[in-house]
Design a binder for this molecule. Sequence first.
Ligand code: ADP
Ligand code: ADP
Length: 235
Amino acid sequence: TPAVRMEHLTKTYHSDDDEDKTALADIDLTVETGDIFGIIGLSGAGKSTLVRCINGLEDYDSGSVKVRGREVKDLSPAELRDLRRRTGMIFQHFNLMPSRTVADNVGLPLRGSGRDRASRRARVSELLELVGLTELADHYPAELSGGQQQRVAIARALANEPDILLSDEATSALDPTTTRSILQLLRDLHDQLGITVVMITHEMSVIRQICNRVAVIDQGVIVEQGRVFNVFADP
Ligand code: ADP
Ligand code: ADP
């Protein structure tokens, strides 16, 4: 089974004072297990809406979204929680809690996971090592660079051992050098952990650096989809 399979997915935002807005129109998209799949398009194209359909943060009007073979809108509340646990997410602005240390931020998703304190601590240490932040465990987010903060967010996203990682413009707030190191980290994690990565970006260079497959989205419609070297072949 593919990691994600969308068929004829359509999503319209309704509003009282404004016109209805069709954010996604008849989307067909397949992310195979093990892909680093890029979704590229301009601002407002529908990228965030599309990714939010994958972890059930957004409902949809018609069509199908299957994650690991299961239709998202048919999941029970408990199954939806499980889906979100197994689907990590990172964002442009990191979304860390400023009043918590690096270690506490990383350990937050482990609360209510059934692990005891010692096991949570051990897992947090493992995650900090994975992203190269062991030394910064007791620092606060504001004391870190943007790249370090994104590493914290990546460690937090991986806490419950997801097999899919969703990235919403994760490098858009970072300079080119830091962007390269975060993309390298994502590629290493993909290779080491076998995690499927779905990443939204508006930057072609991001797609070229790490994605194997890509979908180009424009005004809610997928206009091209395939292997990066086919879709973006140099003329
Ligand atoms: P992108 O991530 O590519 O910038 P989005 O998925 O955020 O695009 O938005 C797609 C379209 O849907 C845009 O026209 C946007 O204005 C609209 N939209 C997004 N979220 C909402 C919402 N909650 N209510 C109404 N319209 C929305
Ligand atoms: P909680 O706040 O969840 O009741 P703690 O205050 O003991 O538990 O720690 C918060 C989380 O961060 C836990 O998952 C804990 O294991 C972890 N943690 C805190 N400090 C460190 C550290 N320096 N190294 C590794 N893990 C840590």
